[in-house]
Ligand binder design. Sequence first.
Ligand code: GDP
Ligand code: MG
Length: 149
Amino acid sequence: APLSQGEANMALERTFSIIKPDATRRNLTGKINAKFEEAGLRIVAQKRIHMTKSQAGKFYDVHAERPFYDELCEFMSSAPVVVQVLEGEGAIAKNREVMGATNPADAAPGTIRAEFAESVGENSVHGSDAPETAAVEIAYFFSGIELVG
Ligand code: GDP
Ligand code: MG
């Protein structure tokens, strides 16, 4: 039978994720990873790194003109983070759903940000917002040989 529109859109996809310093400090890596896995996202690459402020600045370059940019780069380089590649059907949208809204006050119950985030800035996770940004963000942190599917 031909695929429905919904099924046709559900291609296996990869997205880039960061477990942010507020979460690694509170030892929440395992609890956050459980949320991804329960949602059907597979962690196909993962490592713990401590970014310099300039590495964080390059990653968040798109926000360079925003008033919170300096604070964001300070925060993202303040402690180790866990960078990861998540794979699944519609992984980009699914991950954004599991993360919840940027501001935890607006995040739906059960989402990572609703349960764990401390503020709009210290909000526990990053997730790519589109296929193009996912590809650029994955390539910024991982080489091909580290992506094992
Ligand atoms: P996201 O895609 O949901 O992560 O949100 P954005 O792309 O809009 O912003 C990137 C990150 O910048 C957010 O996850 C927050 O860590 C931070 N951020 C966004 N808005 C604010 C803000 O109003 N104040 C502060 N301090 N940080 C913010
Ligand atoms: Mg964003």
